[in-house]
Design a protein around this ligand. Structure first.
Ligand SMILES: Cc1cc2nc3c(=O)[nH]c(=O)nc-3n(C[C@H](O)[C@H](O)[C@H](O)COP(=O)(O)OP(=O)(O)OC[C@H]3O[C@@H](n4cnc5c(N)ncnc54)[C@H](O)[C@@H]3O)c2cc1C
Length: 282
């Protein structure tokens, strides 16, 4: 981005005002959250930035239906929040520590992270398995499952993501996250997240997802089916990891081959399930 190309930097105070400014600006206007992506990827026709951080949407609240994270909360706000730390034994905190560097997490917002929908996002696979719901404004307020948002579109146009809600953790809920990258601050070669509800020693519900395959993070229904009703034994974990390797769609890119990614998804699912098995026994 050439800084001189941006001639208007606007700070609306409501989502209604922000949407109207974006619609007025057309292709020359763009929302900005923390700006980590916008600063690197702004196309030359954008002359107006609409700062969503002025919308007063940065609170994180524990409500009866879950933890509601405002869109402009930074990734470090999320990492340091006590309600977030209670979700599935602290799995969100564990994952956030692996997102970029502390400097990046100080500026990147949760809204910008979900809206930018990077295929290698560490947040998306974990939020998919935690059954996160997103609140949006596009002239009307609506809430939908994060998975549905990405099913219909991979990028936002004029919708404003206002919050994301992570459902309450109940006894028997367990989750784990695994990221493979070349260095601690690098983006993922592949990542995976597992959530299981264990009842009477058996998995009564499971959601498993992988990202950076190198496609956008998605659930792995065949692996979920392989775990349904199973106890977490060496055999069932090995079987689920094999199913992940056999059924996950991977491809080559400049970071890794599709074949290597198959090995990573096998190792990632196995690691996550072992971690959960350890927590169930504890
Ligand atoms: C050096 C570096 C390292 C990184 N490492 C990792 C990593 O290890 N793991 C990982 O998962 N990610 C990583 N990222 C990605 C990073 O998390 C995202 O780029 C960042 O979260 C974007 O958030 P932001 O608030 O800065 O978004 P912005 O740059 O402000 O916006 C990104 C996009 O989303 C739109 N937008 C922003 N907020 C909203 C909203 N509330 N509603 C609708 N649209 C909105 C903007 O218009 C823009 O199109 C890295 C990024 C960088 C630059």
């Amino acid at each position: 981005m050439s800084r001189s190309q941006v001639t208007n930097y606007l700070r609306p105070s409501t989502p209604e005002e922000a949407l109207s400014l974006l619609r007025d600006g057309g292709k020359s206007a763009r929302y900005v959250g923390g700006g980590a992506d916008v600063a690197r990827t702004l196309s030359s026709d954008v002359t107006t930035l609409i700062d969503l951080c002025s919308l007063n949407l940065s609170s994180i609240e524990e409500r009866p239906d879950g933890t509601v994270i405002g869109a402009t909360a930074t990734l470090n706000d999320v990492l340091e929040n006590k309600s977030v730390a209670k979700v599935c034994g602290g799995v969100i905190v564990e994952m956030m520590r692996k997102v970029g560097s502390p400097l990046l997490r100080n500026i990147a917002t949760i809204g910008g992270t979900l809206a930018s929908a990077h295929s290698w996002s560490d947040v998306i696979p974990l939020f998919l398995v935690l059954d996160a719901r997103v609140s949006l404004y596009d002239g009307e307020y609506q809430t939908l499952a994060l998975a549905d948002l990405y099913r219909s579109r991979e990028e936002f146009t004029d919708q404003i993501l206002t919050a994301v809600t992570i459902p309450v953790t109940v006894p028997g809920d367990y989750a784990a996250f695994q990221k493979f990258s070349r260095t601690a601050y690098d983006i993922a070669l592949l990542n995976c997240a597992c959530y299981l509800h264990v009842d009477g020693g058996r998995c009564s519900e499971g959601r498993i997802a992988a990202g950076g395959t190198p496609h956008l993070g998605v659930r792995l229904p065949e692996v979920e089916a392989a775990l349904r009703g199973e106890t977490l034994s060496e055999a069932s974990i090995e079987n689920a990891a094999h199913v992940a390797r056999d059924t996950t769609q991977t491809a080559d890119d400049r970071r890794a081959s599709g074949g290597y990614r198959k090995d990573l998804v096998y190792a990632g699912v196995k690691h996550c399930l072992h971690e959960i098995a350890g927590k169930v026994k504890a």
